[in-house]
Design a protein around this ligand. Structure first.
Ligand SMILES: [Zn+2]
Length: 325
């Protein structure tokens, strides 16, 4: 079993100028300590590296970090022993720590209150890690996490799963690209959700690219099958969903990706709210520019469940609304 390097151990290794054991796995916090990237790149320039001979091989090509969890289809653990081993595996330990990290960031930005919000990561055909119920997202420990199947049956973990996991799975069952969901009650976006005010589009380019078209799910009682169906249907085609009279749920290829959407939507709503109070109106950019942003989103490979035809139709609709050409 590969050794998992914690942040404290990473600090100790850095201090000694030593490299970690071959094949070791870095926790997210340890990666932060080491400045990101691979173990090899992390130790480039440390004492250990400086004392070593020059590398015989050229430096690796620049890469974009990829946190997506991938599994072999049909390989879900089945027996109690297999499930227990999987739940304790280094790979899931990394994901549990990552969920705690995202929870802390949600709480620090005041996107969650009390025990609000929940986080899931899909880890198999019919498996997901999720946060427990009745816990403050700012102070979770990896040992608090739950392993459940996509029907909500709890398979591992000492704390009871969140009641809103089924809402996340409503999206995951309909949209395979949704590997992680983050739900919270960020005040600015949630204000639009309770005031029943549409979030205007074509105001800030980054929002168009990184959020895409924001979906709106009709109000249903949280935690109910009706809510899972409503949010699932809307979330199938939108990475950021405003839940009427409730909050926001976002999805991505990994939990960091899903969380970024949460920051994106609340920051956007906050800025729109401030701008709307300035008295000068909201100045949208032109239809041509809107279409260019949709093209950028597609070229970036952002998961866009909408077909080319639908995207074109949306672009045409925006063009019509704006009177562009
Ligand atoms: Zn909620």
């Amino acid at each position: 079993m590969p050794k998992v390097i914690t942040a404290r151990e990473a600090e100790e290794l850095l201090r000694k100028g030593e490299a970690p054991p071959a094949g070791a796995i870095l926790t997210p916090a340890a990666r932060d300590v080491l400045g990101g990237g691979s173990l090899q790149s992390a130790f480039r320039g440390t004492g250990a590296r400086a004392a070593a001979k020059p590398a015989a091989t050229p430096a690796a090509a620049p890469a974009t970090p990829d946190l997506e969890f991938r599994w072999t289809p049909g390989s879900d653990p089945r027996t109690p022993a297999e499930i227990a081993a999987f739940f304790r595996s280094p790979a899931l330990q990394v994901l549990k720590e990552r969920i705690c990290d995202i929870g802390r960031r949600l709480w620090q930005r005041e996107y969650t209150d009390g025990n609000g919000g929940n986080i899931t990561i899909r880890v198999g055909d019919n498996l997901a890690l999720c946060t427990p119920t009745l816990i403050c997202k700012g102070f979770m420990q990896p040992a608090d996490m739950c392993l459940v199947d996509l029907d909500g049956n709890q398979l591992a973990g000492t704390r009871k799963r969140t009641s809103e996991a089924m809402t996340h799975f409503g999206i995951m069952k309909r949209q395979p690209a949704a590997k992680s969901c983050v739900h919270a009650h960020p005040p600015h976006a949630t204000a639009f959700a309770i005031a029943n005010v549409d979030i205007p589009s074509c105001l800030i380019p980054e929002a168009e690219v990184f959020l895409g078209k924001i979906g709106v799910a009709k109000y249903q009682t949280p935690g109910t099958p009706a809510n899972a169906d409503e949010v699932g249907e809307v979330g199938k085609e939108h990475q950021a969903v405003l839940m009427e009279n409730h909050g926001v749920i976002c999805w991505g290829k990994d939990v960091e990706d899903a969380y970024w959407k949460m920051e994106n939507i609340d920051s956007y709503c906050r800025t729109v709210w401030i701008a709307a109070g300035l008295g000068g109106g909201l100045h949208r950019f032109s239809g041509r520019h809107a279409r260019e942003l949709i093209d950028i989103r597609q070229k970036l490979g952002m998961p866009d469940p909408q077909s080319e035809a639908v995207v074109s139709a949306v672009a045409a609709q925006i063009l019509r609304q704006l009177g562009g050409k």
